[in-house]
Ligand binder design. Structure first.
Ligand code: ZN
Length: 426
């Protein structure tokens, strides 16, 4: 079947589908997100969907904003294997709209690139996958594919893919393979494939002191003095390597503030800092929480002044997937279609791949340990390298200003997805 990938991608980009987390723009953002799901649903309809399910959530205490999700089941013949294709149409903010040299939702095509917030992460990849379905499904003897689209990937994800996985699990559906279509490639399509992710845990340190004149320290408790000792204790935790790869455990402070003006002569009342740790399978969310608490206690940090808040409810566990048929089919497609030998790694941020692990927990049913998860998609840099364009520009990549994708790369990705699908459901 024929489909105009460029025109459909332009239409999808034009939905201003920010994750509806911002109370002041929530109604509009939610409507745009729903519009993007309606669009994908309509685009898939001619393929002959076996079922279509919309899963909307009003929001919870943890994620106080409405989210809509879409699950489309495409199937033909009897297939013992099930593929979940997991993607999202929500996009991150514009950072500073005045710095954009193109309309952020204009879908403008220039020098072979298509521009727009979310085109690389990940509307371009979605259209490539749908193009592959249009190109291949009618010639395949059998297939069994659940197409999952969420509009809550870029924020907490609490009402997104995880809810869709839960819903499918309740229906007794277990994936054989989970393909997360995130832009896992770097400069060339297929140069990087992910088969796991590090875990992620965020935390906050809050020190409550007593403000006063800097010249009278005996009348003050400086929260910064406590804060820097607490930060140093956490930063000096000796993390172990899991020996599996170069993506080790790493902790970064992301914010620190006392609320004081820079030129003040006043000891502040409070100080605050945020941090995030990415960790290998040597650790779990629980053991990481324990380690951070222990580091503060070992350093003798006064916990009546310094409060540690960890957010395990929005943390993600590390996972390493088995590498079997899905990995093999991606490898073959990358070599034969894209002409690159992919690097299989577990780098990058958190992903919906980790959520499969939360829902289909091997501790609950050992069979779940056989579920294979891989991330294979467009270029996080915006691509174009294979056509002799500069490898790095200061803009145009994932979450960057002037986000863009090289159209020829998206075409190649569609071909690679098609090759992979044919091989998976032989
Ligand atoms: Zn994404």
């Amino acid at each position: 079947m024929k489909m105009d990938a460029v025109a459909n991608l332009q239409a999808l980009i034009r939905y201003q589908s920010f994750t509806p987390k911002n109370p002041t723009t929530q109604e509009k953002d939610f409507a745009e997100c729903q519009g993007s799901l309606d669009f994908v649903e309509q685009l898939l309809a001619p393929l002959g969907c076996r079922s279509v399910k919309r899963l909307a959530f009003p929001g919870s205490e943890l994620a106080p904003y409405p989210v809509d999700n879409l699950i489309v089941h495409l199937a033909k013949g009897e297939s013992e294997e099930t593929l979940f294709y997991s993607c999202h149409t929500d996009v991150v903010g514009l950072v500073d709209e005045t710095l954009w040299t193109v309309q952020p939702f204009g879908a403008e095509i220039k020098d072979g690139f298509i521009h727009g917030r979310g085109v690389t992460d990940m509307k371009g990849g979605i259209i490539s996958f749908i193009k592959a379905l249009y190109d291949k499904l009618e010639y395949m003897p059998k297939y069994n594919i659940y197409f999952l689209v969420t509009t809550d990937e870029e924020w907490t994800g609490a009402n997104g893919t995880i809810q869709a996985f839960r819903y499918l699990k309740e229906q007794g559906i277990v994936p054989t393979w989970v393909l997360v279509g995130e832009p896992a490639s770097k400069e060339k399509v297929g140069d990087s494939v992910r088969y796991g992710r590090r875990g992620s845990l965020s935390g906050n340190l809050f020190a409550k002191g007593k403000s006063g004149h800097v010249a009278y320290p005996e009348r003050t408790i400086n929260p910064i003095a406590y804060m820097v000792r607490a930060q140093a204790a956490i930063m000096s935790i000796p993390f172990e390597s899991d020996g599996l790869g170069r993506e080790g455990t790493n902790l970064e402070f992301t914010y620190t503030n006392s609320g004081n003006p820079k030129d003040g002569g006043t000891v502040p009342q409070t100080a605050e800092a945020n941090f995030n740790v990415r960790f290998t399978s040597n650790y779990s969310v629980e053991s990481m929480c324990h380690l951070i608490n222990k580091a503060l206690d070992d350093a003798g940090i006064d916990r009546t002044i310094v409060t540690l808040t960890l957010l395990p409810q929005v943390a993600s566990q590390p996972f390493t997937s088995k590498r079997k048929r899905l990995a093999e089919c991606i490898l073959t497609a990358a070599i034969e279609i894209c002409g690159v030998d992919p690097d299989f790694n577990r780098a990058g941020g958190t992903s919906d791949g980790a959520k499969v692990y939360r829902v289909y927990d091997p501790a609950e049913n050992p069979d779940y340990a056989d579920i294979e998860i891989a991330e294979f998609g467009s270029c996080s840099s915006g691509g174009g390298l294979r056509n002799g364009l500069p490898a790095k520009t200061e803009r145009g990549g994932i979450h960057e200003i002037d986000e863009r994708a090289y159209l020829a790369d998206l075409e190649l990705l569609a071909e690679a997805y098609g090759h992979m699908l044919e091989n998976l459901f032989r």
